[in-house]
Design a protein around this ligand. Structure first.
Ligand code: NAI
Ligand code: MG
Length: 500
């Protein structure tokens, strides 16, 4: 098996993957859309069409929900020995490991991320989540509860039912795993809509789930667009719960549309996460953390450290370091294993980011490096650092979702905490300091679902992840990640002997 170093040292480009699955996956069948329609998915590095994919809409979603409903209401999945469900999830992981290079290449081709990122980051993290939840399958249990009177009361934790899962394009494999892991472990069945920009790897994973022996109808995948296929999942009365990752604007639409059927909702939305560097920090580590924190995945991360707060006494020297690091970041062909940054996912995201760069300049921030397109083909953008950023500027308030860092200066800790929290978002934050009391104090005062201390973007399947405020609600990963897929049933039994 290839190791980490094998891939990093590989002199040659990764091989192009085969595109095998482009149809809808419903009830264990690979089928075209009822409308016969297809849509194009593109390679963002070349802007070339790589495949035509079946375009699902309400009619296909209805078929998928029926299949998922039947698999839940009368199929083997929620009824089988829970340990067996765990075993099948592990089997899926074994099959993913067997095709890891091909999957990494497919992810890179459809999304534009460097193939080495997919191979060394996304897929190992996806496996971590699936295997972690495979382990939970037979460890989900209720409580016995002492109640007044002659009664025995206990709770059962039961699968919520059919889960509608709508995911974005920034981490297609990883988001699929984060959604399928807890759903499968709890015995739910799934109707998933991958993002229209990146449907290919989710379909590939569905094929592997089928090969692993996960019963027909447990996982259904309907590629298509948000207002058609996505909205149909949200409105369908046969769907018990919707798990969504994406933009706040779309979450608001989903919440309104889910009101009619009072669906359970979990949302993982955007962020404008503060990354805070105190003067006493290990500055080399902090600079590396600031670099990864903003540029990972071309800046297309919900938890990107896009507001870099730097203590004034070290500000100028620290900025020099991160500007130099930004200039040496290797932007280019995602299939070159040495590439660190690929293209943005599509023209719309490219345009949005370039718009923010123009606005940052216009509002008076200093573009210390970057700010331009790279090349003439593909959606590549230079790693970009803005200094002299004021809190009220758009580039300091709004989610850019690109390789654009806003640097802000601070001097006082109380003032810093107030400014860091002065946002509608609350997904993540980081603090860099050698002062242990200050680290814990600031971590406690930040209103965010994740706080990293002297690190950034550290993920583990056991550690819950999710947002405060408009960054969402509910948690993914960890034991808390099961909650969104479980109901609690209370059973109370009279202990009075019969006939008394
Ligand atoms: P989006 O939220 O519109 O799309 C995410 C998913 O929701 C896709 O599968 C899409 O088809 C689906 N969707 C869209 N409209 C829907 C509807 N009415 N009903 C049901 N599903 C629907 O995000 P988009 O347009 O791709 O990106 C816009 C911005 O959102 C980005 O620039 C970024 O700021 C943010 N975003 C945040 C993400 C995160 O990880 N938190 C991921 C992707 C985008
Ligand atoms: Mg959208």
């Amino acid at each position: 098996m290839a190791t980490v170093t094998d891939v990093r040292n590989a002199p040659k480009k990764a091989a192009l993957p085969q595109i095998r699955q482009t149809q809808l996956f419903i009830g264990g069948q690979w089928i075209p859309a009822k409308s016969g329609k297809t849509f194009e998915t593109c390679n963002p590095a070349t802007e070339e069409v790589i495949a035509q994919v079946a375009e699902g809409d309400a009619a296909d979603v209805d078929a998928a929900v029926r299949a998922a409903r039947e698999a839940f209401d009368s199929g083997p999945w929620p009824r089988m020995n829970a340990r067996e469900r765990g075993r099948l999830i592990h089997k899926l992981c074994d099959l993913i490991e067997g095709e890891i290079d091909e999957l990494a290449a497919l992810e890179s081709l459809d999304n534009g991320k460097p193939v080495s990122d997919a191979r060394l980051g996304d897929i190992p993290l996806a496996l971590d989540a699936l295997r972690y939840y495979a382990g939970w399958a037979d460890k989900i249990h209720g409580q016995t509860i002492p109640v007044s009177g002659n009664f025995f009361t206990y709770t059962r934790r039961e699968a919520v039912g059919v889960a509608g899962q709508i995911i974005p394009w920034n981490f297609p494999i990883l988001m699929t795993a984060w959604k399928w892991g807890p759903a499968l472990a709890t015995g739910c069945t799934v109707v998933m809509k991958p993002a229209e920009q990146t449907p290919l790897t989710c379909l590939r994973l569905a094929r592997l789930a089928q090969k692993a022996g996960i019963p027909d109808g447990v996982i259904n995948v309907v590629p298509g667009f948000g207002p058609t296929a996505g909205a149909a999942i949200v409105k369908h009365p046969g769907v018990d719960k919707v798990a969504f990752t994406g933009s706040g604007e779309t979450a608001q639409i989903i919440m309104r549309q889910a009101a009619d059927s009072l669906k359970r909702l979990t949302f993982e939305l955007g962020g404008k996460s503060p990354n805070i560097v105190f003067a006493d920090a290990d500055l080399a580590a902090a600079a590396a953390g600031a670099h990864v924190g903003i540029y990972l995945n071309q800046g297309q991360c919900c938890c990107a450290g896009s507001r870099l707060f730097v203590e004034d006494s070290i500000h100028d020297a620290f900025v020099d370091t991160i500007v130099a690091m930004s200039r040496s970041r290797k932007v280019g062909d995602p299939f070159d294993p040495a590439t660190e940054q690929g293209p943005q996912v599509d023209q719309a995201q490219f345009d949005k980011i370039m718009g923010y760069i123009a606005q940052g300049k216009q509002e008076g921030a200093t573009c210390a490096t970057g700010g331009k397109r790279v090349g003439t083909k593909g959606f590549f953008i230079e790693p970009t650092v803005f200094t002299n950023v004021k809190d009220e500027m758009a580039i300091a308030r709004e989610e850019i979702f690109g390789p654009v860092l806003s640097v802000l200066k601070f001097s006082d800790t109380d003032e810093l905490v107030r400014r860091a929290n002065a946002t509608n978002f609350g997904l993540a934050a980081a603090v860099w300091t050698r002062d242990i009391a200050r680290a814990h104090d600031v971590a406690r005062r930040l209103r965010a679902g994740t706080v990293w201390v002297n690190c950034y973007d550290v993920f583990d399947a056991a550690a819950p992840f999710g947002g405060y405020k408009r960054s969402g609600f509910g948690r993914e990963l960890g034991e808390r990640g099961l909650d969104g897929y479980l109901e609690t049933k209370t059973v109370t039994v009279s202990l009075d002997p019969p006939g008394r």
